[in-house]
Design a binder for this molecule. Structure first.
Ligand code: MG
Ligand code: ZN
Length: 383
């Protein structure tokens, strides 16, 4: 009897050992993410408004370089709740802006190039749509085209990020109250069909204007209409080349959505799109000038939150770009930069949160949890 028990035990133990061997994860397969942390919202007031600020490619070194360049100061220093997010995609340790935006906008890890679609190319619903379900007003601002990966993941579902004309068509019927970005040609001079999306948007209750008609500072959007402003025919130019709409558009967007939403609150995503393009070009000046402009938007959002008292501001990146390092020999006035790649890198990126619910963003977590955390803070969520 005892012999039998010992034998059985040995078999079980051996079995466990074998199983462990067989299940050993090859180094290329990523382990499943840990379960999300329980939300802390029951202890805290929920925000009325959410401002999500995405610096594309804005890793810690991009922030540091910008901070030193502007006299060792960044608006981000006003924020005390800080976390780190893991940016890897479902099929690659190094994410692109589409998979990462799908992760924080829609809550799923997916393949690189996916716009609001999961790994099986099934559409997933974004935080902007959940905000609309809560009767919140919504807005999107980018310094890329508005159909570029980061903003696209909030209003579109497409299996491939470069289907710009298809993505533009998803703006019709999206009910986004306020959008500003480039890419006019994808709306009105289309190759896949003869649709004029600008006319369709006008029929859908929008006032649409663009760079060729009016400067954005000369526009006061009517609150009983939705508003779209196309800032360039294709990609907007860098800030160093004279692009100047991000700050007035952000000011206008906050003012407009605040007034329009009344007590229902608003959700807006404002992207500093070209911090990433500076990284891809391995040009420190490009990175820093784009960051310095974006830092002003961060300051503006924090000022709005201070005044309003009911606004959550979350500032993060989708990934780092360029593998940027500040080299020995640097001074604050003259940084010696080195880039390890013209692509993205796989490092974690910081998350800064300010206002009601900010505590939820402390710690180290998956990029998909940004969606979960934001969703838990919406009025309809009881958790
Ligand atoms: Mg982007
Ligand atoms: Zn990029």
């Amino acid at each position: 009897m005892r012999k039998y028990i010992i034998l059985t035990l040995a078999t079980i133990l051996l079995g466990i050992g074998c199983d462990t061997q067989q299940n050993m994860t090859p180094s290329t397969v990523l382990p499943p993410p840990p379960p999300p942390l329980p939300p802390l919202v029951d202890k805290l007031d929920k925000p009325e408004n959410i401002i999500l600020l995405i610096g594309d490619g804005m890793g810690l070194t991009q922030i540091t370089a910008g901070m030193y360049t502007q006299g060792n100061r960044t608006e981000l220093e006003r924020i005390k709740c800080i976390g780190l997010q893991k940016t890897y995609a479902d099929n690659d340790v190094v994410t692109d802006s589409a998979a990462s935006a799908t992760a924080f906008a829609c809550g799923v890890k997916t393949y690189n190039t996916a716009i609001g679609m999961d790994r099986d190319t099934l559409p997933v619903k974004s935080i902007l749509k959940f905000a609309q379900d809560n009767n919140m007003s919504t807005g999107l601002i980018a310094t890329s085209t508005i159909v570029h990966a980061t903003p696209a993941c909030f209003f579109s579902n497409n299996k491939y990020r470069r289907n710009y004309e298809e993505i533009a068509a998803d703006m019709v019927g999206s009910d986004v109250d306020f959008f500003v970005g480039g890419g006019k040609k994808y709306f009105e001079r289309r190759t896949i069909d003869d649709r004029n999306l600008i006319d369709e948007l006008k029929k859908d209750g929008y006032v649409i204007s663009d760079f060729a008609q009016k400067d954005i500072v000369d526009i006061t959007p009517a609150l009983d209409k939705k508003f779209g402003y196309l800032t360039a025919d294709t990609d907007p130019i860098p800030v160093s080349g004279g692009r100047d709409y991000l700050i007035p558009a952000s000011e206008l967007g906050l003012e407009y959505l605040d007034a329009k939403s009344a007590d229902n609150g608003f959700f807006i995503m404002i992207e500093g799109s070209q911090i990433d393009w500076g990284g891809h070009s391995n040009l420190l000046d490009y990175v820093v000038s784009e960051f310095m402009e974006y830092d002003k938007v961060i300051g503006m959002a924090l000022d709005f939150a201070d005044k309003d008292g009911k606004t959550l501001v979350v500032v993060t990146a989708d990934h780092e770009t360029g593998g940027l390092a500040i080299q020995p020999g640097s001074t604050m006035d003259s940084l010696e930069a080195a880039f390890t790649t013209t692509k993205h890198s796989g490092t974690m990126v910081p998350v800064f949160a300010y206002g009601p619910g900010a505590e939820n963003f402390q710690g180290i977590y998956e990029n998909t949890e940004i969606f979960e955390k934001l969703k838990n803070l919406l009025p309809s969520e009881t958790k």
